[in-house]
Design a protein around this ligand. Structure first.
Ligand SMILES: [Zn+2]
Length: 305
């Protein structure tokens, strides 16, 4: 795992640098005028270490041509000047128990030993989510499902099934908005809150403990905007979530490539997979091969933290 210290003083740790259809993150710090367009990519923070998501790339089944950097929206200044109380940019302390907006979790380093966290994005999907759930159940795997709000509204039964099986839920925005940091604050709030509401309406007892920005498009580290993507999520009780291994399964790279990605895992990786967004047969077949391998290797399945 590599780490960089940014100008803003954030420590960014990345374990793997890849992203679907996107640019590889090359490290930080970012120039002050650089748009923060991270990818659903790797960045990881070890427990208690402030970190930021990687910039670049995306994990989603979207045309790569749609990867123009988002504009720096309001509140995306350089962040160097401390905000004065009451003005935009004032940073309040997180409430007790509230996740830190300055940490984008992408590892399982809170646990000693070999732990791996599997995360499934973009569902629920009536064809693939039940198959993934059946397979996870077969290996007694607890995973994290990053659901899209409109899909949750369409398939509340599947949200209930995910929650009922003991998996963690993750808010992945209402409409899979990949340019959240560039949106007006009201739109950012709505995308994030509406998805969480959709999950809770479907499964009131769901453990919606994470938020993952589509395409990893979090606000950039140290963004003083009180309505930065991470701060909105944290205020709603959700920990910003990244990943450290991108299988790029949405690109259909072949079963062997997906298996190989997972087999690169170290002791504390968070793996990005998809249970929706198209034909996920490759993902399913890869899981059928790699889950017994992970068990044989002594991995325990975990949640990111
Ligand atoms: Zn996604």
């Amino acid at each position: 795992m590599k780490t960089w210290k940014t100008m803003a003083g954030f420590v960014v740790a990345t374990a793997a640098l890849s992203a679907c259809g996107g640019v590889m993150i090359s490290g930080l710090p970012l120039p002050g005028d650089t748009a923060w367009v991270p990818a659903e990519a790797p960045v990881a923070a070890t427990s208690g270490v402030p970190a930021a998501p990687p910039r670049t790339g995306a994990d989603e089944p979207d045309p790569a041509g749609d990867r123009a950097p988002a504009d720096d929206g309001p509140g995306h200044g350089d962040g160097d000047r401390p905000a004065r109380p009451g003005e935009p940019g004032e940073q309040r302390e997180p409430a007790p128990g509230e996740p830190s907006p300055d940490v984008v979790v992408g590892s399982t380093e809170h646990q000693a030993g070999k732990h791996i966290a599997l995360t499934f994005d973009d569902g629920p999907d009536p064809t693939w989510t039940p198959r993934v759930l059946d397979l996870l159940d077969q290996y007694d795997v607890q995973a994290t499902f990053c659901v899209v709000g409109e899909n949750a509204r369409e398939h509340p039964d599947l949200v209930r099934r995910i929650a009922g099986a003991g998996h963690a839920l993750c808010d992945h925005t209402m409409h899979h908005d990949e340019k959240l940091p560039a949106r007006p604050a009201a739109d950012r709030k709505a995308e994030i809150k509406d998805c969480r509401d959709a999950i809770i309406d479907a499964a009131p007892d769901a453990d919606v403990r994470y938020f993952r920005a589509p395409a990893g498009a979090f606000s950039r580290p140290g963004d003083p905007d009180p309505d930065s993507v991470q701060r909105i999520a944290a205020r709603l009780g959700m920990q910003p979530l990244a990943w450290s291994i991108d299988t790029e399964d949405w690109t259909k790279p072949g079963v062997a490539a997906i298996v190989d990605s997972v087999q690169q895992a170290g002791d504390h990786d968070v793996v990005l997979l998809h249970d929706a967004g198209g034909d996920r047969q490759q993902t399913m077949t890869a899981l059928e091969k790699v889950l017994p391998w992970l068990v044989d290797q002594g991995y325990e399945f975990d949640l990111p933290a």
